[in-house]
Design a binder for this molecule. Sequence first.
Ligand SMILES: N[C@@H](CCC(=O)N[C@@H](CS)C(=O)NCC(=O)O)C(=O)O
Length: 217
Amino acid sequence: MSSSLSPVVQRNPIELYYWATPNGRKVSIMLEELNLPYNTHFIDILNDEQFAPEFLKISPNNRIPAIVDPEGPGGGAISVFESAAILKYLGEKFDRFYPADWRQRVQVDEWLFWQMGGFGPMLGQAHHFLEFAKEKVPYAIERYHTEAKRLYGVIDRRLEKRDFLAGEYSIADIACVGWANSYERQRIDLNKFPNVKIWYERLLDRPAVKRGLALGE
Ligand SMILES: N[C@@H](CCC(=O)N[C@@H](CS)C(=O)NCC(=O)O)C(=O)O
């Protein structure tokens, strides 16, 4: 972990294994926010490249995103898979967007894990059954679309009197905006969630968020 007294300098680029999806974009946004050098390796998940043995060595769950940092703990290389683990790793290493204060960090973790457990998997299912499923399954559409709207309601209440999800702008916001960015595909009317809409626009005003979202488009 870095010390806030001596900012860590990244000398060699981080290797990013990526496809332009909500989970992938969380990491491209974070790398852009940190202004780090990185090389992007596009893993075409529509053509099963995520199952290549070389990729499985760094991402055993055969999913993007993953990173390899040549300058990991102790100086040697480290690979990290799972988007929240990557956000936490980078946040801790560079001491940015992940507060050191324990109480504040708990809040960031709450909303980060909320995203990983709900505002991600459920929105993904809604998107799948609304747009991709080969057969129309009304039960599944109703179940996941209802859950997606409930989750947007949760985040909307949370943002009622706040600019960001957990104190200052943090990896919790970065994780959630990756998914909120696909609200149209989830058939969510953002006008019904006005606090989310303002928060989303606030995040889109950040050049790094724009660049991260645009990677691979
Ligand atoms: N919990 C994982 C989920 C990653 C994930 O689902 N990635 C998708 C793209 S958004 C993927 O690689 N899908 C490939 C597949 O399903 O085979 C994370 O947050 O990193």
